[in-house]
Design a protein around this ligand. Structure first.
Ligand code: CA
Length: 511
């Protein structure tokens, strides 16, 4: 009897040491998916029943923000748990894959790790037992995916479907004796918003509601808004709008034709030619953009549903964390814009839905303020792995358990660096609290101050307005405090970081 007990205790001890009950972690991310286009966040544009399923069976987080609203930097922040000024990726420069990442740490702790889909960090993934990634932005159809040993073309296939197939394959072929960590990352709905035919048809004839700020005149705001080149009315190219080039052009002429930003478009309606200009054209451009964008989102929604079905059918539902988020937010016509980059709400906020039946109460919501640098510490703590001191985020686990600590953050620091860069968006940094936002466009020394409670659309800049001096001073003090705490003392760095913007190394194999 006694030897058996000892043997049993030894097995139990070994199991505990190995963490036999450690959760699996599935980190689903799409590229540029705005919270305004998710049902669980009250979308007026579309329905996302499968993403909403995560909210229904888990938790919807309402105030999750990125620390630098652009693709590659946000991905680096998520992997490292560090802000851009620490992780070496403030713009589109190459990620140093020898750095500490959540994947490396989980792999070292015995997790089976995988990265499937959009990577976009300029270097090969490290810390993964299996990876299959799109080169750079990748293609929407007939994609090529790179692996550690070569590449494979998926001819005749739609990329969102392919990435999901590969993610399901990863689950099915995993070693049975280890927990797994899977990054399942979609290309969609990134520009140029190419849907598959079935989803394109779903939105082709829909007239989608214009955001109330589509005709924002930028009165009271900084020059940065007037100078940016991500305006639906002015900066969409013919290929964004899926216009067909005239016949008989050479390939070079065809390419040149497609990148023009048209100020008039002639269409055939009811058998008659109609030429759109001015306001009417801007409205049509917004519709064409939203129709395609939302169609690519619908494919993600279908595919996430298919993935969840496969996960649940494999008996993995209860002890698997499933997160759905995006690498940043996106403008869907708000302030007349598409794209991201600015610290305004639509670009700053990401959807964040998480299901973990063993721990998270179904159908719950929280407005606890979370950041993309929190994801790595959260996954580590959930896996029982110590969070390294040089990670700057904070584990969200207590929030997920419904026990948000009393000292939880009430403000966050943001900084955008990619200037000069695409869309001519001026460098800026700022602070957002639960109720206010202060932005500094430091090159022109312009400030914007918004009351998010009374002006949630950020139309009325209060900076410099009588009666708001004290508020501005308090927010400046908080901004300085955060900068200092996070070690970003270099307030006015004019030089570009090493490797530069889209530097030569990043172009190697076009990761
Ligand atoms: Ca992105």
């Amino acid at each position: 009897m006694r030897p058996l007990c000892l043997a049993l205790a030894a097995v139990l001890c070994a199991a505990a040491a190995e963490g036999a009950d450690r959760p699996n972690i599935v980190f689903i991310m799409s590229d540029d998916h705005a919270a305004q286009a998710v049902g669980a966040y009250g979308s007026r544009l579309n329905e996302t029943p499968n993403l909403d399923r995560l909210a229904r069976e888990g938790l919807a987080m309402d105030d999750v923000f990125v620390t630098n609203s652009i693709c590659t930097p946000s991905r680096a922040a998520m992997l490292t748990g560090q802000y851009s000024h620490r992780n070496g990726v403030p713009v589109f420069n190459r990620f140093d894959s020898s750095r500490q990442t959540v994947a490396r740490l989980l792999q070292a702790a015995g997790y089976h790790t995988g990265m499937i889909g959009k990577w976009h960090l300029g270097s090969d993934p490290a810390g993964f037992d299996h990876w299959e990634i799109l080169p750079g932005q990748g293609a929407y159809v007939d994609p090529i995916l790179y692996t550690a040993t070569g590449e494979r073309r998926y001819g005749g296939r739609y990329t969102t479907d392919v990435i999901t197939d590969l993610a399901i394959d990863f689950i099915r072929s995993r070693p049975p004796d280890k927990p797994f960590f899977l990054m399942y990352h979609h290309k969609a709905p990134h520009r140029p918003w190419v849907p598959d035919e079935a989803h394109r048809r779903m939105f082709a004839d829909r007239w989608l509601s214009e955001p109330t700020t589509f005709w924002d005149t930028y009165a009271t705001r900084s020059q940065a808004l007037r100078q940016n080149r991500q305006r639906v009315a002015d900066d969409m190219r013919r290929n964004d709008l899926k216009l067909t080039p005239p016949e008989g052009l050479s390939e070079e002429e065809r390419r040149a034709w497609l990148v023009v930003t048209p100020d008039e478009v002639t269409l055939t309606r009811d058998g008659r030619e109609v030429t759109l200009r001015g306001e009417e054209l801007a409205r049509w451009k917004l519709q064409r953009y939203l129709q395609d964008y939302l169609a690519t989102v619908q494919s993600i929604d279908d595919n996430v549903g298919r993935f969840l079905d496969a996960l649940d059918a494999a008996g993995l539902r209860d002890n698997t964390i499933v997160v759905y988020t995006s690498d940043q937010g996106f403008f869907l016509g708000e302030h007349g814009l598409y794209d991201k980059r600015f610290m305004y709400e639509e670009s700053l906020r990401v959807p964040f839905l998480v299901r973990w039946p063993a721990v998270i109460k179904p159908g719950t919501r929280t407005d606890a303020m979370a950041l993309n640098v929190d994801f790595a510490p959260t996954f580590l703590e959930a896996a029982g792995v110590p969070v390294p001191a040089d990670m700057q985020g904070r584990s969200l686990l207590p929030v997920w358990r419904g026990q948000t600590p009393a000292d939880w953050r009430t403000s966050m620091y943001y900084r955008y660096y990619h200037d000069p860069g695409d869309h001519n968006t001026a460098q800026h940094y700022g602070v957002r609290t639960r109720t206010h936002k202060l932005i500094h466009y430091w090159k022109s020394d312009e400030w914007e101050l918004f009351d998010l409670v009374h002006d949630p659309h950020e139309l009325h800049n209060l900076y410099g307005q009588p009666g708001h001096e004290r508020l501005a001073d308090e927010l400046k003090a908080e901004l300085r405090r955060l900068k200092s705490e996070l070690g970003d003392e270099d307030q006015f760095a004019e030089e570009q970081p090493p490797n530069g913007v889209d530097g030569p190394v990043a172009k190697l194999r076009g990761r």
